[in-house]
Design a binder for this molecule. Sequence first.
Ligand code: GRF
Length: 204
Amino acid sequence: MKSVVILISGRGSNLQAMVEAGLPVAAVISNRADAAGLEYAAGRGIATAIVPHRDFATRDAFDAALARAIDSFRPDLVALAGFMRIFTEGFVLRYQGRMLNIHPSLLPAFAGLDTHARALAAGVKLHGCTVHFVTPQLDHGPIVIQAAVPVLAHDDEVGLAARVLAQEHRIYPQAARWFLDGKLVIESGVARVKGDHPQQVFAP
Ligand code: GRF
């Protein structure tokens, strides 16, 4: 059976959404022992592993250990879900075409951190989230699906983040399912889904 390994660093609400969507999660791996999502996964009988980045002197050594941990589960898909480490190019290339990430903005706007605060400061009227394939350039790979969320007149960072997160929980399981079903194709750097499936969601 096809499977996904999910990498987390914290809360793990996207991991939870994937499990609840019935995706075949082979394991959850974290670079932090205190990531709350590990407890959730263990409670569901899902294998967990910790690869603490502080135990490694170099990024290369950490990424090599992480790759060994991932590969031991032989997943078809690697899903980054709030994994807060930047990878070496070698690591990204090893999983290119089979590693997805969820980013809390409408890429290519607001790559990087603090996306909600930056969206509010910029005064954009639409914000949202993006699932994309991971490529060596941070937050820039082929876009699989996006959800657009209106920015309301009196939004603050907390409220906006919560409404975007609700959409993350909708689009990430969908993207992972498409991948595992062999429905995603990348042509000239653009990800498309086979069949009649919209790659955008408009949140109320
Ligand atoms: C999400 O906002 C995701 O978009 C970002 O990190 C956060 C992870 O949240 N990459 P969770 O750990 O899945 O709850």
